[in-house]
Design a protein around this ligand. Structure first.
Ligand code: PLP
Length: 359
């Protein structure tokens, strides 16, 4: 099997796994205390959480606080629901964790993207905009937004700037913002743990009441093992950021050659090179998926694999339904090899030829 679905989730880094096992087992099997208890075992668990918090924070701007959550969806909900009632301007290609939450809870304005998938920071904003949400890189097409310009624009209009940095955290420098959502499982860490970074001075209201953990913003007992895994993954990412980016770009260059007769969806220039969303006229992408079962990739037309929801992202960049249904997304990362890219291209291109022969 060849795994090319790194935008959906990444393999667990061995360093993250080791850190988690150490926290589950403990040196003498006694590492199960509640990190919010004030006895010695509780304080040990709390200390390991603080070490991980520092590691997670290293990849985020200075001058803010890391609030652990159950993932980015929860972090984004806390940011959007917890930051007041004013109008939210959000890009047409935000993940549903932003788009659906904004639509359900706040007055809103959708920001356009161009055919490359770029959301232009010079575009018109409603006068009463109180929050701007433009993700740093898109999960479907990998396009990287001019986030620093959006941050300046937000400051000019006096709006809070929320960035969904799920796809970029630990891979490219995360932008300045007021609120940043991240998650461990796109960074070779475990699923079920993420964080909201909150700039000092930004006021949020809690969205669930209880024990008042995480600066009274996110009640609930923290999981030292998940957080240790997140911290270890962040530390490895910080150490290898350049090396990982180079490796990703190498695979990108080879993939461009191997799929040279496919069209790229989204900007070729402003992008994370681990995301390859491509289309080919007349292709039935969902049939292709069933014909290439040994390759784990996704049909570009679906918002989330298997959701059946058509991609609002491909629509927003101007693709027709037919073009969207002829699109696939290949996503590679740190542990993908050149041989795997070669083999995936061989299998996919052979299946495409077969489809075309019978068309
Ligand atoms: N935002 C983006 C861009 C994503 O790709 C995802 C995950 O698919 C999320 C948010 C949600 O993250 P989580 O799975 O941690 O809730």
């Amino acid at each position: 099997m060849i795994y090319l679905d790194n935008q959906a989730s990444t393999p667990l880094a061995p360093e993250a796994r080791d850190a988690m096992l150490r926290h589950l087992d403990g040196p003498d099997g006694t590492n199960y205390a509640n990190p919010h208890s004030s006895h010695r075992m509780g304080r040990q668990a709390a200390a390991s959480i603080e070490v991980a918090r520092e590691r997670v924070a290293v990849l985020l701007p200075a001058g803010g606080q890391v609030i652990f959550t159950g993932g980015a969806t929860e972090a984004l909900n806390l940011a959007i629901r917890g930051s007041g009632e004013g109008k939210v301007a959000f890009s047409a290609i935000e993940h549903s964790a932003v788009g659906d939450t904004v639509r359900a809870t706040r007055p809103h304005h959708e920001l356009n993207v161009d055919q490359d998938g770029i959301c232009d920071p010079a575009q018109k904003l409603p006068a009463d905009t109180s929050m701007i949400a433009v993700m740093q890189a898109n999960n479907e097409i990998g396009v990287v937004q001019p986030s620093a310009d959006w941050d300046r624009r937000a400051k000019e209009v006096g709006a809070l700037h929320l960035v969904d940095a799920v796809q970029t955290y630990g891979k490219i420098q995360v932008t300045e913002a007021d609120l940043i959502a991240v998650t461990a499982h796109k960074l070779y860490g475990p699923k079920g743990i993420g964080a909201l970074w909150v700039r000092d001075g930004v006021r949020l209201t809690q969205q669930q009441s209880g024990g008042g953990q995480e600066a009274k913003l996110r009640s609930g007992t923290l999981s030292p093992a998940l957080i240790a895994g997140f911290g270890a993954a962040a530390q490895v990412a910080a150490d290898r950021m350049e090396e990982d980016a180079e490796h990703t770009k190498l695979l990108w260059s080879r993939a461009r050659e191997l799929f040279s007769d496919w069209e790229l969806n989204g900007s070729g220039e402003h992008r994370w090179h681990g995301n390859f969303n491509i289309r080919r006229e007349g292709l039935d992408a969902s049939r292709l998926m069933s014909e290439c079962r040994q390759i784990m990739f996704s049909a570009g037309s679906a918002c989330a694999s298997g959701s059946g929801r058509p991609s609002h992202v491909l629509k927003a960049i101007g693709l027709t339904d037919k073009q969207a249904k002829s699109s696939i997304r290949l996503g590679w990362g740190r542990y993908t090899t050149l041989d795997e890219i070669e083999e995936a291209a061989r299998v996919i291109n052979a299946a495409v030829k077969e489809q075309e022969a019978w068309a």
